[in-house]
Design a protein around this ligand. Structure first.
Ligand code: SAH
Length: 220
């Protein structure tokens, strides 16, 4: 795990540049911009990828997965319309980078990944950033987290062929879910559950995520 050290300053100036880039790309929410500024992305990418940490592209991580492109992390978080009263479910912990961003804004984050090794590594990173409002567990996120439902917000960072029914059921009335959907061509969807329980779906953009795979990973 990278310790905070001499590279911090370098990282801070990279992060300032990164802010500018996100603003230019149309990210407006101050909450989101501040959250991305205060989470050091270099801590979340493999050491050999550190020079590319702030490049606007997805990077390979452990277990054959990827850490999302930073613009998309900012955009998806902005679309989630998150605030500090919200209880959030995240499916696809990965490195924990998106989790850390959610944790800077939301009240309480529950995050699931099918790889135990990814969950443990993400927990260690969050701990070293002194982020304490996150609970992580290995499991099949397509089943949601029934014991903690309902959730005000749900963020899914792996692509499902259809929106899993348990996630719809576990979304609170008035809640918002952001989820990539599709097997070949994927669309990023925003699902809003009205106070009457009625769903409204909006397609936001074309995206490319790793697939949401049913069940827990057997060995890792
Ligand atoms: N948000 C992450 C990147 C996620 S990549 C980050 O910021 O680093 C997608 C993740 O979804 C992978 O780690 C993969 O293991 C996980 N995943 C895929 N199918 C899943 C499922 N059914 N339940 C939980 N996690 C799943």
């Amino acid at each position: 795990m990278p310790e905070l050290g001499p590279r911090d300053h370098e990282d801070a100036s990279q992060r300032a540049e990164f802010q500018l880039f996100l603003r230019q790309r149309g990210i407006r929410s101050n909450n989101v911009l501040r959250a991305l500024e205060t989470v050091p992305r270099t801590m979340f990418v493999p050491d050999e990828m550190a020079p590319h940490a702030y490049a606007d592209r997805a990077l390979p991580i452990a277990c054959g997965q990827t850490i999302s492109q930073p613009f998309l992390v900012a955009y998806m978080t902005e679309q989630l319309e998150l605030n500090d009263t919200h209880k959030v479910l995240e499916v696809g912990t990965g490195t924990g980078y998106q989790t850390a961003v959610l944790a800077r804004i939301g009240r309480r984050i529950y995050t699931i990944d099918r790889y135990r090794t990814l969950v443990s590594a993400a927990e260690a990173r969050l701990q070293s950033l002194r982020i304490t409002n996150v609970t992580a567990m290995p499991g099949d996120g397509a089943q949601g987290w029934p014991a903690q439902a309902p959730f005000d917000r749900i963020m899914v960072t792996a692509a499902a062929d259809q929106i899993p029914k348990p996630l719809i059921d576990q979304l609170a009335e008035g809640g918002i879910m952001i989820i990539p959907v599709g097997t070949g061509d994927q669309r990023l969807m925003k699902v809003v559950k009205g106070e009457d329980g009625k769903l409204t779906e909006k397609s936001l953009m074309a995206v490319r995520f790793v697939p949401l795979v049913a069940g827990r990973a057997a060995s890792l």
